[in-house]
Design a protein around this ligand. Structure first.
Ligand code: GLA
Length: 388
């Protein structure tokens, strides 16, 4: 692979000659089921062929050195394998360092460090899980290099813990799960309450999954995300006064509607309505897809976007513009924002023959309205994180 040759060269330059092992971890795109994971609902993501590569060589001391070819200005980041704490100067490296720390705290301390070179071809902060990609990558590296024998679902949980506790983003399990457990040509139907999951073969009947990046710079996403989570939890608490439930994901739409009035705060009520309806919509969408009804699946994707826009309020003008433009195009079966929202990407199901006109028309109209151009990626659905 040309990319690995280039990485080997940079590795020698930064760390000196060594026998290296290569690893890869994908990004993910979620097809439907947004902001349902931490509400005890279902999600339907898949891993994609874009992701993060690493070259790894063991060291003999207790220090690790990390270098990212994507962020050369940060130089080589050095940290101790024992007791590292989150530090601003670590920058991007807080993600892998957090994983080292969480694994050590869980009893999987490393006796020595590593030199690791990273290179990613996922757009950063675009809602395609570049952070989960690098977290799960680090967990897989430690598991493999140290011969720990931990299964992938446990690694996924440790990676999520690194993001929650070390980095401070209170995310659900979807991203790390999709990145770790992804399977070629399949989406994963995951029940985030129980972690029960199954693969669903994606046969889109002459259509492809097109990811469109708003190219909007990320800002304040973590605080807005954590706020949504708190509002949903407050709504759940109110419902628990009249119903014996542990999560919003347990409710049908009708059960929610009958009891919604106990949620006094109007904003919290809308947040909960999204969580409940989106969960049910996800189950219906998967059923439709498995009956080869791609059209119905697409219509439910559109409904998902509207609910994220109006009830959950995590879209914004850039994502709304992309979705609305997509809905107007010939050959588009469905389109919605994907990931945490506010910025990042939409995901659309587009007939193969319509992709060129879709890209051209959406790019022109989006640029005219927003002032800069979007980018497009036709997704290849790929396997999860692994040693190469
Ligand atoms: C981010 C989080 C996920 C999930 C999505 C929204 O990607 O990391 O856990 O909550 O937002 O569905």
């Amino acid at each position: 692979m040309a990319i690995l040759d280039e990485m080997n060269e940079v590795f020698r330059e930064k760390f000196g000659a060594a026998d290296t092992h290569a690893y890869f971890s994908p990004g993910r795109v979620n097809l439907i089921g947004e902001h349902t994971d931490y509400n005890g609902g279902h999600v339907f993501p898949c891993a994609i062929s874009l992701g993060t590569y690493a070259l790894v060589a063991p060291r003999t001391d207790g220090v690790s050195r990390l270098y990212s070819m994507n962020l050369p200005e940060q130089g080589v980041v050095e940290f101790p394998m024992h007791g590292a704490v989150k530090t601003d100067a670590y920058g991007w490296a807080n993600y892998p360092i957090g994983v080292v720390r969480m694994m050590a705290d869980a009893g999987h301390a490393a006796a020595h460090g590593f030199d690791i070179l990273f290179y990613g071809n996922l757009p950063n902060g675009a809602g395609l899980s570049s952070s989960a990609s690098i977290e799960v990558l680090m967990a897989v590296i430690l598991n493999d290099e140290l011969g720990l024998g931990i299964d992938m679902v446990e690694l996924v949980k440790l990676a999520q813990k690194a993001e929650n506790i070390f980095v401070g983003m209170n995310c659900g399990i979807m991203d790390q799960f999709a990145v770790g457990m992804g399977k070629k040509d399949c989406a994963i139907l995951l029940d985030c309450n129980t972690l029960a999951y199954r693969y669903s073969k994606l046969d889109l009947k002459g259509c492809s999954i097109v990811i469109t990046n708003t190219n909007k710079a990320h800002s304040l996403v973590t605080s807005a995300y954590n706020e949504r989570r708190m509002q949903s939890e407050a709504a759940l608490k109110a419902l628990q006064k009249v119903m014996a439930i542990k999560s919003l994901g347990e409710l049908t739409n009708a059960e929610f509607d009958e009891n919604a009035a106990v949620i006094e705060d109007e904003v919290e009520r809308r947040r909960a309505r999204h969580a409940v309806y989106e969960n049910r919509r996800t189950l219906e969408a998967v059923e439709a897809l498995e009956k080869n009804d791609v059209k119905r699946f697409g219509a439910l994707m559109n409904d998902s976007h509207v609910s994220l826009r109006d009830d959950y309020e995590v879209t914004g003008p850039e994502l709304d513009t992309l979705a609305e433009l997509a809905w107007q195009q010939e050959g588009v079966l469905g389109s919605r924002m994907t990931g945490g929202g506010f910025a990042g990407c939409t995901v659309s199901i587009v007939r193969d023959e319509a992709i060129p006109s879709f890209e051209k028309n959406v790019a022109e109209a989006y640029t005219a309205k927003i002032g800069y151009a979007p980018s497009f990626y036709v997704a290849n659905i790929a396997d999860g994180a692994r040693r190469l």
